[in-house]
Design a protein around this ligand. Structure first.
Ligand SMILES: NC(=O)c1ccc[n+]([C@@H]2O[C@H](COP(=O)([O-])OP(=O)(O)OC[C@H]3O[C@@H](n4cnc5c(N)ncnc54)[C@H](OP(=O)(O)O)[C@@H]3O)[C@@H](O)[C@H]2O)c1
Length: 300
């Protein structure tokens, strides 16, 4: 099986690329500004270069992880965000039809407004910020290409191995916890998140593309860990693991008054995915605190 992973220099894509390699599949990882090692450089905004790479490699699957995933950056540059988050997935879906590969488009729980969780894959989308709107529009673009073989995989906030803590909205909380300089931080204790490990998603994707041919994968599927945390609660977990005081972090249970709007609770309903993966390892997510305990112990 031949697989292309876009965004293979990113937090999710690098884990997905490594997992497919470890599974012995023939995998090509694509990156843009952070191309290094075995990754190949490709600007996905260049549709003709993209077609060239895909025609040459002849993938059976393309796992499309590349995107602008930062809500604040998206708000500041809507045109650029639309190009990478909407036009690029549409191009890939068109190529999926023409070159006959299956496309997995990674989407987000931010396509929902967070007012009536949990959300099933068929629940009405209603994004509250530009990032969510562009990811929803990317979903519609991908699913709108008749004859393409596309799957939309929605995931919630990500964590896992990352070059820099600032690469994920969860890892960055480590910097807050370890800042014992006397600075105080107000920390979100309003929005409930379901932090999900990129290693677990990568392992799930390896199993997904190898499901027996009789299993029909629906066009939209959800993958999520099932432990709820506010960002403040994640900080308490990190403080406990690291044995650090946390009085400098103050819980803020009020809805944020400034900045990019974020939904309050976009819990993804995952039972359909559990049924799909029955006999193929289930969802297979790892508990948050246990994973961090092992990971941080190895880093020290
Ligand atoms: N992060 C989250 O918490 C979260 C939550 C839910 C869903 N998601 C979704 O999960 C997916 C992966 O997110 P992530 O956090 O792994 O993102 P990330 O770490 O920010 O990585 C983004 C990737 O996109 C690539 N990219 C950006 N513009 C490109 C272009 N013009 N041509 C080629 N590649 C380009 C980047 O390549 P270079 O860096 O090499 O330029 C990078 O590899 C995205 O679809 C995101 O919407 C993320």
């Amino acid at each position: 099986m031949r697989v292309i992973v876009t965004g293979a220099s990113g937090v999710l894509g690098s884990a997905v690329f490594a997992a497919f390699k470890a599974a012995g599949l023939d995998v090509l990882g694509l990156a843009h500004s952070r191309t290094k090692g075995e990754l190949r450089k490709l600007d996905l905004l260049d549709a003709s270069a993209t077609k060239g790479v895909l025609s040459e490699f002849k993938p059976d699957w393309v796992i499309h992880c590349a995107a602008e995933r930062r809500p604040d950056v998206a708000e500041k540059d809507p045109d650029a965000t639309r190009k990478i988050n909407v036009a690029v997935p549409e191009t890939l879906a068109t190529l999926s039809k023409e070159l006959k590969f299956k496309l997995v488009y990674i989407s987000t729980d931010y396509v929902f407004d967070g007012t009536s969780p949990p959300y099933t894959p068929s629940a009405a989308t209603s994004p509250v910020n530009l990032y969510g709107i562009t990811k929803r529009d990317g979903e519609l673009a991908v699913l709108g290409v008749t004859g393409a073989q596309s799957i939309v995989l929605r995931v919630p906030v990500l964590y896992g191995p990352a070059e820099k803590n600032s690469d994920t909205a969860v890892n960055i909380l480590l910097d807050v916890v370890t800042d014992q300089s006397g600075k105080t931080y107000k920390m979100d204790h309003y929005a409930t998140r379901y932090p999900t490990n990129v290693l677990d998603i990568a392992d799930f994707l390896v199993r997904l593309i190898q499901l027996p041919s009789g299993k029909v994968v629906p066009p939209i599927i959800h993958y999520s860990a099932e432990e709820p945390f506010t960002k403040y609660e994640m900080c308490l977990v990190f403080a406990r693991i690291l044995g650090l005081p946390h009085a400098h972090i103050v819980a803020d249970a009020e809805p944020p008054k400034a900045g990019t709007v974020r939904p309050q609770n976009t819990q993804l309903y995952v039972h359909e995915t559990q049924d799909l993966m029955e006999g193929s390892g289930g969802l297979g997510w790892n508990p948050f605190e246990e994973w961090w305990q092992v990971y941080l112990a190895k880093k020290q």
